[in-house]
Design a protein around this ligand. Structure first.
Ligand code: BAL
Ligand code: ZN
Length: 873
């Protein structure tokens, strides 16, 4: 397979003004007629006169130009294209093809999910529906006509506004949808099925009425309230924060049970993985509820950042994804607890994006090349991309940032543009020079900030020396310094923030956070009027996606954990402290856990006035994978042992307090989704976790009682997980009763699979292999694959990395089995092996051998090939 390069971008030779699609829908044989109004693009260099359309797995029936059928001599069909020779400058092209949704296991293009038909076109799925110029810079106005059996498919949906619905003479039903907004074909969608809708209305700020509908299978109608509420909140928020109104008469969401990604922002018709729609307190956890709120918002926000303004080419994916993730993060922060949201986002970034940056798959936010674009829907493009927007917002400040986004929407509405166009709007609206900042988009890798502080009592100054460097990444050995905001405060002995004045400044800034701009490889900042040595609170709110190195003493970290006014940094100080202790235990399993650590932990547990959600985060040990990331060679078993030791020690030592916290937050009232209630549940279950890790009998009894009495899934699944990991026979009984109760709810069964796949018990792989043969398991459902295979390989380090290589062999077998069915999901799984160089020599050899075995397989997809080949580069 050949890579595609950003440097080879050329404007399209032809443009498509309008598209008329007519589908005669049938699960086995769907006929698609496409009428495209094409014209030569005056802005493109003239080619050989041929028109080359993308198309894959299509059975071509006929081709006509201006209604004249072409003879086979006038066109050529290749495996991935249709080439029509010597076409006029402006014409109508009509093609007729046949496709088979029921045979489509890749879930790209038109496919069958349960009894319904649905589509997924991003990035390049539309070419599996009809021949087209399948690239985001070709924006056309779509009219879609759907014809189908009335009983099987009473609901027929497509993008835009409804234009017509009638019964045909043969009894079939016809529905026509017209989308007035030009869009690239990756935003096309259709749905056909026996669905029911939850309906609502929304009046936009300018007074337009919009119908809202969430379509689900009939038995799921009682699980849509939260999604609908989240949608209306998103619509209101986008008006208030960005001045963006919705633009069609109707906005629809459809929940689908077979879906490769989380959801898809098709114009006016968002198609969702049902995991991000369906929730009832007894079926979904707090995290699920939050996930739904965030993803509903994300897809809705794409209407402006993605649909009205789209990407010129797929290298610009972060233009829409980075900005939209930033928008959904801020929305969720406003809806819930801002500090806790930031912690969750940074946890994800550090655990996955930093790891990606340190792997053979490292790539810039704007990649230079790809073999398969589906492999670039990554944490780098999404989450690091969001951090780049966040940094620009910080550098500009709120007013100028809003002016800049207003300019972006005004200047580029209806266009397909680049990340550079976005940055230019930031510059033009603010007067800031972001020339150097642009490097963030093209330079891969996680910068390291090394900061030293020096206090001089005589001159009453405090000097910070800041050095930045970025480790090399594949294909980018040399890195240049980056422009970034460093938010900080200096704290006095009581934890008060000082008013900061830099040497040379006339007056001090008000006490609080101050943002310094870094641009050089090394910079010094001298603060004056600092009579006592301060404790610096650095990189507040995680103001830049970097690894911070500052030589804090344990005492200083405990001070920050107790006093830092920045909630994020309070949490981060606790994490650093625990990380230090854990790494000491990895090195020396007999190392003594200092009294001061228990004291700090106990003090935090006692903080009745604090935010319980933040407290639960503070009391959560760093993940094993993140700890591994801090070591030159990942010590899989040592890290697991150290973490268990510390959990056990906390559980034993602070037993009474933990039992008290568990009892204090045992809410008996109705389920509430407020930040306080979510925090209370998180804290209660964290406390229970430590007690069970310590083998506490009272803790176990409480856990069993909680499992049996739980009226919400958060408490139920937390207890089940602990019972499976620590409860012996009680765990098996709980699994069995959970299965009996929830066998009719696939999303809840996914949790049943995951809990078992992620258990650190020694027999987990054998259990996972048994579960692969469970009648409820299917390789054809991505959620099920992720809940069993994905969970085992990505969220169970100690068992996946078993020293005998059994986990690696299991994964490679599954990748090879899945690749012919669903390459996208297979390639995702394959990523669990790419960081093989980070492990000891024996594991390296075992992982490498499995990667080579995958690469040697015949007819490997582009998706899996690219991941496997890059892993070995
Ligand atoms: N555009 C693909 C799914 C998402 O990021 O919203
Ligand atoms: Zn998105």
């Amino acid at each position: 397979p050949h890579p595609v390069h950003l440097k080879d971008y050329r404007p399209p030779e032809f443009l498509i003004e309008t598209v008329d699609l007519c589908f005669e829908l049938d699960a086995d044989r769907t006929r698609v007629e496409a009428r495209l109004a094409l014209r030569r693009n005056p802005a493109a260099t003239r080619g050989d006169g041929d028109l080359r359309l993308d198309g894959e797995q299509l059975e071509l029936e006929s081709v006509a130009i201006d209604d004249q059928l072409l003879t086979p001599a006038e066109y050529r069909v290749e495996s991935e294209s249709l080439i029509i020779h010597r076409v006029p400058d402006r014409f109508t092209l009509t093609t007729r093809v046949t496709i088979s949704p029921s045979q489509n296991t890749a879930l790209e293009g038109l496919y069958q999910s349960g009894d319904m038909l649905c589509t997924q076109c991003e990035a390049e799925g539309f070419r599996r529906i009809t021949y087209f110029l399948d690239r985001p810079d070709v924006m056309a106005r779509f009219t879609t006509t759907l014809i189908a059996d009335t009983e099987r498919y009473p609901v027929l949906l497509a993008n835009g506004n409804p234009a017509e619905q009638r019964t045909l003479d043969d009894g079939r039903q016809l529905a026509r949808w017209v989308d007035p907004f030009p869009k690239p074909c990756y935003l096309f969608a259709l749905i056909a099925g026996d669905l029911r809708a939850v309906e609502d209305r929304f009046t936009t700020a300018s007074g337009r009425e919009v119908a809202l509908r969430i379509y689900v299978e009939p038995h799921n109608l009682d699980k849509c309230d939260h999604a609908m509420r989240s949608l209306k909140q998103s619509m209101r928020w986008d008006e208030a924060r960005y001045g963006r109104e919705y633009d069609l008469d109707i906005f629809m969401i459809v929940a689908v049970s077979h879906f490769n990604m989380g959801a898809m922002e098709n114009k006016g018709l968002n198609v969702f993985n049902d995991k991000y729609v369906l929730a009832r307190p007894d079926t979904a956890t707090d995290q699920d509820f939050q996930g739904i709120e965030g993803v509903i918002a994300h897809e809705y926000f794409h209407n402006w950042t993605g649909n009205r303004i789209t990407c010129r080419d797929w290298f610009q994916l972060s233009l829409k994804e980075g900005f939209t993730v930033y928008r959904d993060q801020e929305f969720s922060a406003d809806m819930g607890s801002r500090g806790v949201k930031r912690i969750a986002d940074v946890r994800l970034l550090r655990a996955h994006q930093f790891a990606e940056d340190a792997s053979p798959m490292a790539h810039p936010v704007r990649p230079e090349s790809y073999i398969e674009i589906n492999n670039f829907y990554t944490v780098t493009v999404y989450e690091k991309g969001a951090e780049l927007v966040r940094m620009q917002a910080a550098l500009l400040g709120p007013e100028r940032f809003r002016r800049a986004t207003d300019l972006y929407f005004e200047r580029h509405d209806g266009q397909a543009v680049t990340t550079d166009d976005f940055v230019r709007c930031m510059e033009d609206a603010s007067g800031c020079d972001l020339g150097q900042f642009r490097r963030w988009y093209s330079q891969a890798g996680t910068p390291v900030l090394e900061i030293e502080g020096h206090h001089d009592a005589e001159s009453a100054t405090y000097r910070l020396r800041v050095r930045q460097h970025t480790p090399s990444t594949p294909g980018q050995p040399e890195k240049a310094p980056l422009h970034l905001p460093l938010a900080l405060a200096l704290l006095d002995a009581e934890g008060r923030e000082l008013a900061l004045r830099l040497d040379g400044e006339d007056e001090a800034a008000p006490a609080g956070t101050r943002v310094l701009e870094l641009r050089e490889a090394e910079q010094c900042f001298t603060f004056v009027d600092v009579p006592e040595p301060p404790v610096p609170s650095l990189l507040r709110g995680f103001s830049a996606p970097v690894r911070l190195r500052f030589d804090y003493s344990d005492v200083e970290l405990m001070f920050l954990m107790a006093h830092d006014g920045d909630g994020f940094n309070r949490w981060d100080a606790a994490q650093t402290l625990m990380q230090r202790l854990l790494l000491r235990l990895v090195e020396d399993p007999a190392a003594v856990i200092p009294e001061s650590f228990f004291a700090a932990f106990a003090q935090a547990l006692d903080d009745r006035a604090g935010d319980p959600a933040l407290l639960a985060e503070v009391l959560t040990l760093p993940a094993e994978s993140y700890l591994g990331d801090q070591l030159a060679v990942v010590d899989v078993d040592g890290i697991h042992r150290a973490r268990c030791t510390l959990e056990r020690a906390i559980g034993a030592r602070l037993r009474d307090q933990l039992l008290a916290v568990h009892a204090a937050h045992d809410d008996a009232g109705p389920y509430r989704l407020t930040p306080e209630a979510i925090g209370a549940r998180a804290l209660k279950n964290r406390a229970l976790g430590y007690l069970l890790a310590a083998g506490d009998a009272e803790g176990l009894a409480r856990c069993i009682a909680q499992f049996e009495a739980a009226r919400n899934m958060t408490d139920c699944i937390s207890a089940l997980r602990l019972l499976v990991d620590h409860g012996g026979e009680a765990g098996l009984e709980a699994l069995s009763s959970f299965h009996t109760r929830w066998s009719g709810e696939p999303l809840v069964l996914d949790k049943w699979f995951s809990v078992q796949a992620t258990s650190p018990r020694p027999d987990t792989l054998a259990r996972v292999e048994r579960l692969m043969r469970d009648p409820d398991f299917s390789l054809r459902n991505p959620n099920r694959v992720r809940s069993l295979i994905g969970a085992f390989c990505n969220a169970n380090p100690v068992r996946f990395h078993a020293a005998d290589g059994s986990g690696y062999r299991f994964l490679a077998d599954r990748v090879l089995e899945l690749d012919p069915l669903n390459p996208q999901v297979a390639a995702r799984l394959m990523r669990a092996l790419v960081r093989w160089r980070r492990f000891d020599a024996a594991r390296q050899a075992l992982m490498r051998a499995e990667i080579e075995r995958v690469l040697a397989a015949e007819a490997l997809s582009r998706d899996v090939y690219e991941v496997a080949a890059k892993a070995l580069e």
